[in-house]
Design a protein. Structure first.
Length: 88
């Protein structure tokens, strides 16, 4: 254990934040899987609805610092291009 109180506090904070970030990252992966499965099934309406939820979750994760903003934008772009390809 740390000898200095500030280091001990940082360790406690790090553990809490890692758990929260892991939860958010896991939910992002789940949302991504829902969008891709809706695309694979060919249901465009469901895929669009899931994409709205996914993009919202990505924006919130980027705002809170779980992922980088450019990473969120890139992931949204990849899914959006896949939706556009299915639509055409």
């Amino acid at each position: 254990m740390a000898n200095i109180p500030s280091v001990a506090k940082r360790a406690r904070q790090s553990i809490r934040r890692a758990a929260r970030n892991k939860s958010v990252t896991s939910s992002l992966k789940t949302a991504q899987k829902r969008v891709s499965s809706a695309l694979a099934s060919g249901d465009l309406a469901a895929a669009k609805a899931e994409f709205v939820n996914y993009s919202s979750a990505l924006d919130k994760a980027a705002k809170r610092g779980v992922i980088h903003k450019n990473s969120a934008d890139r992931r949204k772009g990849v899914v959006n291009r896949a939706l556009s390809a299915k639509k055409a």
